[in-house]
Design a protein around this ligand. Structure first.
Ligand code: LLP
Length: 429
């Protein structure tokens, strides 16, 4: 249930018309729906409830402090992948007991930061990392709680840039080497191997990879226990897909159906690291048309959101639904199928002002004729939108607004020109 709907031909987020928000806060603007965020978080919590899971919201997906706070207030923990994300999770009110620290390249300082805050699991991805963490922990008179991240060698087939469990990627320990590495850590005074972790890729639209991954996990857990490691956690990562085109994604229950039996068999506590599933369809990016342009036989609509605001189309050729916020009479609100031929539309490339031919939000997209000043909504922009935004071309990063029913609140102000040079001012000679 995503709380973005057209009422009287105007797109609303919950009970707030998006043109009101564009008028008040300007564009480009990320707009999030609190009800949608909580709906998706609850869907995961409910589907996996029989395993009493630790649901650790993946901060990299959307690290806005207000969103993280909302997650914390509703029982979520956090998956962090850098000292900066750990800082965000702590600032959001979480404590280490609900934080898992992931990432292939944790520095000693980050390990120390995690240990000082008693994170409950370090997902460890290499032998060097394991023993570096052991040394840091030992130096602090501590034992680091570890989940070994295994690369289970499965092909979930997401995108070459987001597959994380196929042979040859930088993530995890090869499945053939996990046990050798774990054996070498037996009895280490700074390490306690208490879990097994995998993250298969993102976004995943099928349950089978989780079923296969969990089955491989079960075997490994049995072997790790034989070595004497008290394995108490199975962390199945994130990666649950969402609707980007139409209704192509699975409900949380479909993933639970294949993961829960394995967890119960392993007698482990389940950890999950969902990001996109929670926040992806809880956000839209609102932009305003600047110009139309015909060139090379193509029609371009140039609007004020660009690759620096939402890089997914540029980076992964990702499909995001785009439609006018207030379509003219006779134009559907919105079409059932954005990829079908739609009467009254023409093929348009939706591009931004950035100086790169790769700066686009959509290519050859069926859209009604648009005019200067029209507002567009780019859907499914809550995940990996603002989180991957940059100041490229010295563009100001967008503002973010959180809607609750009929009310709205700025949760990140639009940047200013002064913000652009703030870190440089004190260094200017
Ligand atoms: N856990 C780990 C270890 C991860 O690496 C990730 C995402 C997650 C959890 C959360 O995955 P999710 O539930 O959000 O699928 N920028 C790309 C996605 C990169 C995913 C990176 N890792 C995109 O925009 O599609």
């Amino acid at each position: 249930m995503d709380h973005f709907a057209y009422r009287n031909r105007v797109l609303h987020c919950e009970d707030v018309p998006l043109p009101d928000l564009a008028a008040e806060y300007g564009t480009p603007l990320f707009v999030y729906s609190r009800a949608t965020l909580l709906h998706h978080l609850t869907a995961i919590q409910t589907a996996f409830a029989p395993a009493d899971p630790v649901v650790a919201y993946s901060v990299k997906t959307n690290g806005n402090l207000s969103i993280c706070k909302l997650m914390a207030e509703h029982g979520s923990g956090f998956d962090v992948t850098s000292g900066g994300e750990l800082y965000r999770a702590l600032r959001a009110g979480s404590n280490g007991a609900k934080i898992v620290f992931a990432g292939v390249g944790k520095t000693d300082a980050e390990m120390r930061y995690g240990l000082e805050n008693n994170v409950f699991l370090f997902n460890v991805e290499s032998e060097e990392e394991l023993f570096a963490l052991g040394a840091v922990a030992q130096g602090m008179g501590r034992k680091a709680p570890v989940a070994l991240r295994v690369n289970p060698d499965l092909p979930p087939k997401t995108h070459a840039k987001t597959d994380t469990s196929v042979k040859g990627v930088k993530f995890g320990l090869d499945i053939e080497t996990v046990l050798e590495v774990a054996q070498r850590a037996v009895g280490h005074p700074g390490l306690e191997i208490v879990g097994l972790h995998m993250h298969l890729g993102s976004p995943i639209l099928k349950a089978e990879p989780y079923q296969q991954g969990a089955a491989k996990g079960l075997q490994l857990i049995a072997e790790l226990r034989k070595q004497g490691h008290p394995i108490a956690y199975l962390n199945m990562g994130g990666g649950f897909g969402i609707h980007y085109r139409k209704q192509e994604a699975l409900p949380a229950s479909a993933f639970a159906e294949v993961i829960l039996p394995a967890v119960q068999q392993a007698k482990c506590r389940l950890v999950l690291e969902p990001g996109r599933f929670v926040v992806g369809n809880a956000g839209v990016l609102v932009s305003r048309v600047i110009f139309n342009k015909e060139t090379g036989g193509k029609h371009y609509v140039i609007q004020d959101a660009a690759m620096n605001d939402l890089i997914r189309p540029t980076l992964y050729d990702s499909f995001h639904r785009i439609w006018p916020v207030a379509p003219a009479a006779g134009v559907p609100t919105p079409p059932d199928d954005f990829e079908a031929e739609i009467p009254g539309t023409l093929k348009q490339d939706v591009v931004g002002p950035v100086c790169e031919s790769g700066d686009f939000l959509a290519k050859a997209r069926n859209l009604p004729p648009l005019k200067r000043g029209d507002l567009l909504a780019t859907f499914s922009a809550g995940a990996y939108g603002m989180a991957m935004a940059s100041n490229y071309n010295s563009r100001l990063r967008a503002a973010e607004v959180l809607v609750t029913g009929g009310t709205h609140r700025l949760i990140r102000r639009r940047e200013t020109f002064a913000d652009l040079t703030a870190c440089e001012e004190s260094c200017v000679r």
